[in-house]
Each structure stands twice: as structure tokens, then as C-alpha cells.
Design a protein around this ligand. Structure first.
Ligand code: SAM
Length: 330
């Protein structure tokens, strides 16, 4: 693939290089700020998971415009090239000592704003990646409860995945308003979005803590915490971990069967099939051969657009061919 193909495919990547941003993510933060004005009046900001540093660049450009003495602390596991005016800490946001180091740079005061664009290393296993991302957001929220001032704001990257409503509910306990923002520079095809949490207002008696209630080993551990800390909904796995796995396909004949299934497979009708299923009419039509044949619109669309896609993106023939083989069976 040619040197220019990424520039053709990704206008924000191209713009980032032209304007001197270290990553295209800079546009995401600027677009969030344009909408929510989260950077106005901020004099102490924390950028969690900051490397290579484009969000810190946005912070420094926009904060120093109004206040030359603004303080910006950037944290990442990875080292970062220096940025003028940005204090850099190499550390893990799941650790209490990182929170303490951040605070030490604000003369004991708390921050006006915490932002987090953190992402774990992706494995390609969607469920695992979603889980790791949600754990990182919780870690960001935990450290934020140590360093953010009352009425301060918090922005974090999320994946809009299965358990996202639980996260919204948890964030709503700590902030007056919680929004889910999707900047134009974040691809529509990606489930990435950003929670914009305004007005930090933790529940009365909440004790900032670095432990993650979703990972507590026992109920006793949960009971040791304050009542309000316990209200952060714990996730409880139920059932025998050695029992049947609902996500796995099993062969019809299985050795060493547990429970009531015979070793040799026997087909059985469902105990109570639906009495008036929604699909009944469609099944009748199909039986009579009266159901319209599905058209492979995707195949037609790909065939129609391939020459245009190729000329615009520079994707080479091999990639297009693989794509066609995958979707077009006729
Ligand atoms: C998408 S990058 C951030 C990009 C950055 N906002 C920018 O604009 O340049 C995600 C970062 O999260 C960091 N990260 C992941 N887990 C972390 C953790 N536990 N503590 C600190 N940083 C972490 C990674 O090292 C990586 O640099």
C-alpha cells in the first residue's frame, strides 16, 4: 500500500499532521470542548493515559491562552516526549501513588478537570477488549475521585458496549449531568464515544478508594466498605464455573455427560413451542413458496462501488478481492 493511502482514507490523520498534533485524537477533544466548553475557566487539569500527547497539546494551547499559570499534569504508563508547560508522570492510573503524585503538583488543591483517553492494548477479542476498556474507565473514575474538586468535570473514552448502562448509572451517582458524546472525528463505524460528566458531586460519606467493586473477591470485602461505597452495583457471577458454558457449541454426542442428557443424542421437540409466534405468517408464506427472495444488496453495492472506492482510497486489488470473496458468494 502506498505512503499516501492513510492520508486518503483518514482526513483527520492528515489534518493532525498539517496542524502539528501528535495524534488525530486532538480533534475529538477540541470538538467535545467546542460543544461542552469543558476547558473554559480551567486552571488545573489532569490528562490520564496521555501518550503520545495530543490531548495535552490541546490543553496547553487552550488553557495557556487564558492563564499562563495554568497547571497541566499528564500521566501514562509509557514515556512521552516533553511538551512545554506540561508536567509528565510515568505511572499507572490504577495506583493510589499516582493520585498522590498528581495532587502534589497542585499544591494540595484538587483539579478542575480530569480527562482520560485511555485504551488498553487490544487483543481483537471483542468481549475481552470491551471488558478491559470498562475496567480502565472505572480506574479513571476511581483516581478522579481522589483528585477532582467538587463541581469539577470529567471526560473519558468509553466503548458503547453491552454493560454501558451500568457505567452511566455509576457515573450519575458522582456527577450532576452525564452525557455520551460522539465527536465527528470519531469514526461512525467505531463504538468509541466519550462520557462527559459535569459537576462532580460525590454521594455524602463516599470515601475515595482505588478498589474496584466489580473485582472484589468476596461479599465480606464489600461489607467492609462504607454503605455508600457499597451502592456501586457489584457484579456477581452465579452458577458453577465448571458447569455448562452458554457461549460454547457442544457436539451432539458428548461423553461424560452431567445431568439428564443421554450420551447418545436424541432430538426432542421444545416442551412448549410459542402458541402465536410473530413469525407464523412468514413461515406459512415460505411453505407456499410465496415469500419474496432476499436480494444480496450488499454484493450488488460492493460490485457497483468497487471502482470508485479503489480510485478514492488507493486500496489495492488484493484487499478488494478478499473483501468481495468474503461478502459475495454468487
Ligand atoms: C489512545 S492512547 C491515548 C492518546 C492520547 N490521548 C493522545 O491524544 O495522544 C491510550 C493510552 O492509554 C495508556 N494506558 C493504558 N492503560 C493505562 C494505565 N493503566 N495507566 C496509564 N496509562 C495507561 C496507554 O499507554 C496509551 O498511551
Amino acid at each position: 500500500m502506498g505512503k499516501t493511502s492513510k492520508d486518503k482514507r483518514d482526513i483527520y490523520y492528515r489534518l493532525a499532521k498539517a496542524e502539528g498534533w501528535r495524534a488525530r485524537s486532538a480533534f475529538k477533544l477540541m470538538q467535545i470542548d467546542d460543544e461542552f466548553k469543558i476547558l473554559s475557566g480551567v486552571t488545573k487539569a489532569v490528562d490520564l493515559c496521555a501518550a503520545p500527547g495530543s490531548w495535552s497539546q490541546v490543553l496547553s494551547r487552550r488553557l495557556f491562552e487564558n492563564d499562563q499559570n495554568a497547571r497541566i499534569v499528564a500521566v501514562d504508563l509509557q514515556p512521552m516526549s516533553p511538551l512545554p508547560g506540561v508536567i509528565q508522570l510515568q505511572g499507572d492510573i490504577t495506583q493510589l501513588e499516582t493520585a498522590e503524585k498528581i495532587i502534589s503538583h497542585f499544591d494540595g488543591e484538587n483539579a478542575d478537570l480530569v480527562i482520560c483517553d485511555g485504551a488498553p492494548d487490544v487483543t481483537g477479542l471483542h468481549s475481552l477488549d470491551e471488558y478491559m476498556q470498562s475496567q480502565l474507565v472505572l480506574a479513571a473514575l476511581n483516581i478522579t475521585t481522589h483528585v477532582l474538586k467538587r463541581e469539577g468535570n470529567f471526560v473519558a473514552k468509553i466503548f458503547r458496549a453491552r454493560n454501558i448502562t451500568l457505567l452511566y448509572a455509576q457515573l450519575k451517582m458522582f456527577f450532576r449531568d452525564v452525557f455520551c458524546a460522539k465527536p465527528k472525528s470519531s469514526r461512525q463505524s467505531s463504538c468509541e464515544a466519550f462520557v462527559v460528566c459535569l459537576g462532580y458531586n460525590p454521594p455524602t460519606d463516599y470515601v475515595p478508594s482505588m478498589w474496584n467493586p466489580l473485582r472484589l473477591p468476596t461479599y465480606e470485602d464489600l461489607e467492609k466498605s462504607t454503605p455508600i461505597n457499597q451502592r456501586i452495583v457489584p457484579f456477581v457471577a452465579c452458577g458453577d464455573l465448571h458447569g455448562w458454558d452458554s457461549d460454547r457449541c457442544y457436539p451432539l454426542d458428548i461423553d461424560d455427560l452431567l445431568g439428564p442428557l443421554p450420551e447418545k443424542y436424541i432430538y426432542r421437540e421444545p416442551v412448549q413451542p410459542p402458541t402465536e409466534p410473530a413469525y407464523k405468517h412468514a413461515v406459512e408464506l415460505r411453505r407456499k413458496g410465496a415469500l419474496a427472495k432476499a436480494t444480496n444488496y450488499l454484493a450488488q453495492t460492493i460490485k457497483h462501488h468497487v471502482p470508485k472506492i479503489q480510485s478514492e482510497t488507493g486500496i489495492d486489488d488484493e484487499v478488494i478481492e478478499g473483501f468481495e470473496n468474503f461478502f459475495i458468494s454468487d
